[in-house]
Design a binder for this molecule. Structure first.
Ligand code: NAD
Ligand code: AKB
Length: 301
């Protein structure tokens, strides 16, 4: 028997692609996609509903939970109490259901765990003093991975770039929105400065990293299991514009930083992923131009 998989927050930017990748790997019918929103092929599950979660996991004999439901940084700063509830209490409900049913859990972390005291190229081990409530919830998530008694793993995803679903209320959303604006308007007004450099990753790399991490035997994972640094490509908003102009030479971008600049400035420019490379062989495939080419190919198809 293969795994029986529950995905929370399945209608979001990552879930839209991860559900299909899990079905491809483990077979049609192996994945129960859930979200608080309604959509065909997706069951309603609010991660705040502890009893509903426990009942679903038990009745469906779930063996693995990919817990994607969360509020991201920009939405989280607008609703800090709700962000804490959904991101921390929601995760606690997942852990309780997993513990009662012997499930393994994937719960993503983020580059948002880092704060202004982190070196500009973030090492795996460094003080975690985020300024956003979202970042604080991700630090708690990583700590719970070490203390919950459940086989729980996570990745510190960089800003993820994809074309199949919109980005969901984060600071790195400009790196997704810019493609849609470039193709529809020929112009984008970017909400961070041109020189803002952040760690980013094309979605294919992120999905592959997720599947690879969940394949590894628990014994070989060390103290970073709650949140491995994984690097994709790091670039400034201006460098992204230059790469897009290889496809659309007339494309223009202006810069009007808003509150999200502050969150971006609190995060590192790049991350060191030596521990993930050594422990489970992580290596990215997409650099900036490769990612931009893949985005144009996907959006124009
Ligand atoms: P998203 O915002 O696109 O999707 C989140 C989904 O969760 C949405 O479909 C939403 O409807 C659902 N949701 C919200 N509240 C819920 C609730 N109470 N119960 C059930 N579902 C609920 O987010 P995403 O980009 O797919 O991110 C998924 C995970 O990956 C999150 O934990 C996020 O912090 C993490 N992450 C994402 C990125 C990124 O760039 N996308 C980067 C780092 C970490
Ligand atoms: C956000 O910007 O909030 C997310 C993230 C990096 O966690 N994309």
């Amino acid at each position: 028997m293969g795994p029986r998989i529950l995905v929370t927050g399945a209608l979001g930017q990552i879930g839209t692609e991860l559900v299909g990748a899990l079905e491809e790997k483990h077979g049609q019918g192996s994945v129960i996609a859930t979200d608080v929103r309604d959509a065909p092929g997706c069951r309603i599950l609010d991660v705040m509903d502890a009893d509903g979660m426990l009942a679903l996991v038990s009745e469906e004999k779930v063996t693995e939970i990919y817990h994607l439901a969360a509020l991201l940084s920009a939405t989280g700063e607008r609703n800090p109490e709700l962000c804490w509830k959904i991101n921390v209490e929601g995760l606690e409900n997942v852990i309780s259901a997993a513990r009662a049913n012997g499930c393994r859990v994937f719960a993503p972390s983020s580059i948002a765990v880092f704060g202004p005291d982190c070196p500009s190229i973030a090492p795996q081990v460094t003080p975690l003093n985020p300024t956003t409530v979202y970042g604080k919830t991700k630090v708690v998530c990583e700590q719970l991975a070490m203390t919950s008694g459940v086989d729980m793993r996570g990745l510190r995803y960089p800003g993820l770039i994809s074309y199949k679903a919109p980005a969901g209320g984060g600071t790195t959303d400009y790196a997704v929105e810019i493609f849609h604006a470039a193709l529809s308007e020929g112009h984008y007004t970017c909400f961070v400065r041109e020189d803002t450099r952040l760690p980013m990753m094309y979605m294919d790399d992120a999905i592959r990293a997720t599947l690879e991490l969940m394949e590894i035997s628990s014994d070989t994972l060390g103290g970073a299991r709650g949140g491995y640094n994984i690097a994709g490509c790091s670039f400034t908003a201006g460098e992204l514009v230059d790469s897009i102009q290889r496809h659309l030479p007339e494309f223009t971008c202006t810069y009007e930083p808003d509150i999200r600049q502050k969150y971006a400035d609190s995060w590192p420019n790049d991350i060191e992923d030596d521990v993930a490379r050594a422990e489970w062989g992580w290596a990215p495939e997409f650099d900036l131009d490769g990612m931009v080419d893949a985005m144009f190919a996907g959006l124009q198809a």
